[in-house]
Design a protein around this ligand. Structure first.
Ligand SMILES: C[S@@+](CC[C@H](N)C(=O)[O-])C[C@H]1O[C@@H](n2cnc3c(N)ncnc32)[C@H](O)[C@@H]1O
Length: 247
């Protein structure tokens, strides 16, 4: 199977997740991003897509640059305006000088990228010492491939539970997220993310596993049973001035 490309997914992403139509963005991701980026002067949004996080940061007073390699998403970002400037580039080779941003945000991007260490290294490079890396990602434990809600009618009364897939295996997989829409994810365990931060001298300050927001749970009765299973993981890290000494 050929790899799904974000140019082909652009219309789906724009229609289903932007401009106020998605409960997780509206109730959870965007408010948290606004709080986390507040007061950051120069913000880089890596994998900015059509620019919803970039526009938000610009509306909060930051000077924002969005980068994304997907031509169609950058075109729509420019069209939607709102203050940020945009550059077509991939996360592994950011076209900026060292220490040029006070904060870097990545929202639902890192789990689509292969070269984790290179990308996290690039982010650390463009941050000023003391700068903030804000990363939103699909929760790598509960959203492991093969995970999902199960209603088990073998037992009487039936049981409901969340099945977790093969969490420890790092795999590149293509998921059918809705009929006719296939998205490529690179699954890795949480330790891979944490260790990539450590190796890039990014000090993990806060980890947040929010419950799915009310607007998401309200979409269907079966979602109510998943209220205690996080979909999102947020990691905030700060660039250290120097690497910690080896143990
Ligand atoms: C799920 S969308 C998220 C878009 C945006 N961050 C948002 O929250 O609306 C994933 C984005 O990752 C981008 N992307 C994929 N590979 C990338 C790479 N190597 N470097 C930077 N962005 C990438 C895609 O073009 C797409 O815009």
């Amino acid at each position: 199977m050929s790899r799904p490309h974000w140019n082909d997914l652009a219309r789906w992403w724009i229609d289903e997740f932007t401009n106020g139509v998605d409960a997780e963005y509206e109730e959870q991701i965007l408010p948290l991003a606004a709080t986390e980026l507040a007061g950051c002067g120069r913000v880089l949004d890596v994998g900015c897509g059509e620019g919803q996080v970039s526009r938000l940061a610009a509306a909060c007073g930051s000077t924002v640059v969005g980068v994304d390699p997907t031509t169609e998403l950058v075109r729509v970002a420019v069209e939607r305006g709102g203050g940020p400037t945009y550059v077509r580039a991939a996360a592994g080779a950011l076209p900026f000088r060292d220490a040029s941003f006070d904060a870097v945000v990545m929202c639902l991007v890192i789990e689509h990228i292969d070269a984790l260490a290179d990308v996290v290294g690039e982010i650390a490079r463009v941050l000023v010492p003391g700068g903030r890396f804000c990363s939103f990602l699909n929760h790598p434990l509960f959203q492991t491939p093969g995970s999902g809600f199960v209603e088990d009618y073998v037992l009487d009364p039936p049981e409901q539970y969340w099945r977790v897939g093969r969490y420890l295996e790092e795999i590149d997989h293509v998921e059918t997220v809705q009929p006719g829409v296939q998205v490529r994810f690179v699954h890795r365990p949480l330790s891979a993310y944490v260790n990539a931060l450590v190796e890039a001298a990014l000090f993990l300050e806060w980890m947040f596993e929010p419950a799915p927001p009310a607007g998401f749970l309200a979409r269907a009765p079966e979602y109510a049973a998943t209220a205690a299973i996080p979909r999102l993981l947020y990691l905030r890290a700060t660039k250290r001035s120097q690497l910690p000494a080896s143990p």
